[in-house]
Design a protein around this ligand. Structure first.
Ligand SMILES: [Zn+2]
Length: 372
């Protein structure tokens, strides 16, 4: 056969075969192949393959047909069947929609070869026919923000018998917890306040977001008109709630009313912020729930206190956090017995220890899931 015909046939074959994307991690010589599949004449790559290589995390919201994708610490929101996606509150079109086939998702190849380059010019660069990408970071829980509730002009709940102030108990436990996390778990633990000062609810979550915290833990003590009310409970954010949860929510959200400029401030939190933060928390709902369960179980086992369970409520302070977040009520300062315990330094130590154990257990499980 004429050699030109052979070359021609080879070229033809090469064109009809899926080309695949060749990707190299910076600093490594090995080439990784992202296999392409063709659907409706468009090239796609499987989301599972993509996640493995980019150490990306994706989460599907079946109800809303949304797909959340975390790449290089940033979030993309895709809508099934739509070529548009949302990135940093802007819409971009890939021309072709993401696909869901047999419970697997597929991204248009174009998203990887073209769009990622534009969004991450430093991390994703073409090099000849290769795409060179920065090594994705370790997805383990590295930074935990601890939020001692109240402070400064806002004392939080105040005990009836010993006049103990919630803000002081919260801070004492938070400081002890920080020590344990840094010494025994080797993570960075940051406090939204290290002393007796007022910090607005918005600034607390803004701090956590800016520091790119992996977890947000808000620490409180409870109060009730009924002095017999007792026990410990852990909350995570949700709009669904019981009437009991609503009462605690009102108590904690009261800060906005009383110390942050009243109803004007309240509506500021209520409108767009809420929609955005609700979105960001939807993604973390499952993780927040299992974090809450892990903490609550350890709290009860370690303190032998009355178990009020894991609950969902709509706290302002959790709304703005873009990470798994919980709020702990460590007991009732309005109950004389619990107030005495809460003010006791050894008991505070035990509370910190049990919250620590809950965080540790959660981290071990979470790290495994996020890094495989
Ligand atoms: Zn509180």
């Amino acid at each position: 056969m004429n050699k030109y015909i052979i070359i021609f046939l080879c070229l033809l074959l090469a064109c009809t075969l899926d080309a695949d994307l060749s990707i190299q991690l910076k600093g490594e010589s090995k080439t990784n192949i992202l296999k392409e599949a063709t659907f409706n004449g468009v090239k796609y790559i499987s989301l599972d393959d993509f996640n493995k290589l980019f150490k990306a995390v994706s989460k599907e919201d079946r109800e809303d047909s949304r797909l959340y994708l975390h790449v290089y610490d940033e979030q993309f929101i895709f809508l099934e069947g739509s070529p548009y996606y949302n990135y940093k509150n802007e819409s971009f079109s890939m021309q072709y929609p993401i696909l869901r086939k047999a419970a697997k998702h597929y991204l248009p190849s174009l998203f990887v070869s073209e769009h990622l380059r534009t969004h991450f010019p430093k991390q994703v660069e073409p090099k000849g026919k290769l795409l060179q990408i920065a090594k994705p970071r370790d997805n383990s829980v590295m930074t935990i923000v601890i939020d001692p509730g109240h402070g400064g002009k806002d004392p939080g709940a105040v005990g009836k018998k010993l006049k103990g102030q919630e803000k002081e108990i919260n801070l004492a436990v938070a400081l002890k917890l920080k020590q344990l996390l840094e010494k025994e778990l080797g993570v960075t633990a940051l406090l939204t306040r290290n002393d007796d000062r007022f910090v607005s609810l918005q600034d607390r979550t803004r701090f956590a977001n800016e520091r790119k915290a992996d977890l947000f833990v808000s620490i409180h003590t409870n109060a009730s008109k009924a002095t017999a009310s007792k026990g410990l409970e852990t909350y995570y954010l949700s709009t669904a709630q019981t009437s009991d949860a609503r009462a605690v929510e009102a108590l904690e959200n009261d800060v906005v009313e009383r110390f942050e400029g009243g109803s004007a401030a309240k509506s500021k939190y209520d409108d767009l912020d809420f929609i955005l933060s609700d979105l960001s928390q939807t993604e973390h709902l499952e993780s927040s729930n299992s974090l809450a369960i892990s903490i609550q179980q350890n709290l009860i086992a370690g303190t032998k206190g009355y178990d009020r369970g894991v609950k969902q409520a709509n706290f302002y302070v959790l709304r703005g956090a873009f990470m798994p977040s919980v709020l702990i009520e460590m007991g009732f300062i309005s109950n004389p017995d619990e107030e005495r315990l809460l003010l006791n330094s050894e008991y505070q130590e035990r509370l910190a220890r049990t919250i620590f154990e809950g965080l540790k257990r959660f981290k071990h499980r979470y790290d495994r899931i996020r890094n495989t």
